[in-house]
Design a protein around this ligand. Structure first.
Ligand code: SF4
Ligand code: SF4
Length: 384
């Protein structure tokens, strides 16, 4: 077995980079039992933790990059081994050496794009607000009710621009006083941090924080659970605390307050809801999306076999949104089959990464005519 370097130095480096908890592992293997990778191929978090404990990690191999940080095994681990932190610690080591094997080679160019243009697509920063043209969206100014921060995918990806557009349509219908910051925004940095690029995360976060403070931002509305997670749980490391709300929570509030009125009936009867890992398991938001869907006339909400805390990861977290995953190894394939088996005609969710994965699986599996994938805002758009 090829190893990074003999033992003690590596053990110390794992510890220094945040993976100290590996030493608590007693090799029970529960992590492997719940990990979605073992539904599509052989993968052992237990083994990776063991190797890290003895300084035998192989950073040049694919394995340390697989974990999607879905949060399932940390939830079940009897020894609080913090598997996500351990993998990020190993990735920080690999990033430090500039080692990116096969399926994650793209992380190098993604990092360059994020550093120069503030988005992973290397799209011109100046066009970041092009999705909003013709939609009567103002530039955020101090004193406005809320900043809408749509994320890189909703700003640039053709499928996900529609989510940003339906979101602002709903905000306009509810007469919310909101604005965007367009080219002043950077990627939130959540995913690149999980690939181990801590320096780049800090750069992106600090620039965003400066922009928010300079523009008097107090409350931020986000479409992506990844932005939600990092603004709420990671940016406080820079001594800031912005109020953050995910769009699935916000539209629920607007409906309860009577600001957003449901007037129509939903045409497709059965809708299944897929819990995104970073909304559900990582942040405990399970009820608002369901309550919103249930409040729509004509819509029957069906639960998937793995729901809420047990939700099946789409496969895109932890930076995997930019990694190459073999077609037959995509977790989202299993999710699409589950939704079809549950009789759903629509698979609803609330995350740009999940939508990307599920849309892809729908096509890969030839289910384009059997089921559609929609953001909650897209469903609301049809009935408000
Ligand atoms: S569940 Fe925790 S204690 Fe058990 S093998 Fe995995 S990391 Fe180790
Ligand atoms: S966090 Fe999720 S993807 Fe990562 S090893 Fe644990 S169960 Fe597997």
């Amino acid at each position: 077995m090829e190893t990074l370097a003999p033992f003690k130095e590596v053990i110390d480096e794992v510890k220094e980079k945040g993976g100290e908890a590996v030493k608590f592992c007693y090799q029970c293997g529960k992590c492997d039992t719940v990990c979605p990778w073992n539904r599509v191929r052989k993968f052992s978090m237990r083994k990776l933790v063991r190797e890290a404990t003895f300084g035998l990690s192989e950073i040049e191999k694919e394995e340390i990059w697989r974990c999607t940080t879905c949060g399932k095994c940390p939830q079940k681990c009897p020894r609080d081994v913090k598997q996500i932190d351990d993998m990020v610690a190993l990735r920080r080591m690999a990033t430090g050496y500039g080692v990116y094997p096969g399926s994650v080679k793209s992380y190098r160019t993604i990092s360059t794009a994020l550093a120069s243009q503030g988005n992973p697509f290397n799209e011109d920063r100046k066009t970041r607000a092009a999705w909003a043209e013709g939609l009567n969206v103002k530039t955020f100014k101090e004193g406005m009710e809320i900043l809408y921060f749509p994320c890189c995918y909703c700003s640039y990806d053709p499928r996900l621009k529609k989510v940003a557009q339906t979101t602002v349509n709903l905000l306009n219908k509810a007469k919310v006083d909101f604005g965007i910051l367009g080219e002043k925004e950077n990627c939130c940095g959540e995913s690149i941090r999980k690939t181990g690029n801590e320096e780049l995360f800090k750069k992106l976060a600090k620039e965003n924080i400066k922009t928010f403070i300079d523009n008097g931002v107090k409350k931020i509305l986000v479409s992506s659970p990844h932005c939600y997670h990092t603004f709420k749980n990671e940016y406080p490391m820079f001594n800031v605390n912005f109020e953050v709300i995910h769009v699935s929570q916000y539209v629920h509030e607007l409906i309860k307050q009577g600001r957003l009125k449901i007037s129509g009936e939903f045409k497709e009867e059965k809708v299944a809801y897929h819990d995104p890992c970073y909304l559900g398991r990582h942040n405990g938001i399970y009820d608002e999306p369901r309550e919103t869907l249930k409040s729509i006339a004509g819509l029957e909400l069906v639960e998937l076999p793995e729901a809420r805390e047990e939700s099946l990861c789409c496969g895109m977290g932890g930076g995997r949104v930019w990694a190459e995953t073999e077609k037959h190894e995509r977790f989202s394939n299993i999710r699409i089959e589950q939704a079809i088996d549950a009789g759903a005609k629509v698979l609803a969710t609330a995350c740009p990464y999940c939508i990307t994965a599920l849309e892809d699986s729908r096509l890969v599996l030839n289910h384009a005519d059997d089921i559609t994938v929609k953001d909650i805002t897209e469903i609301l758009q049809e009935v408000t």
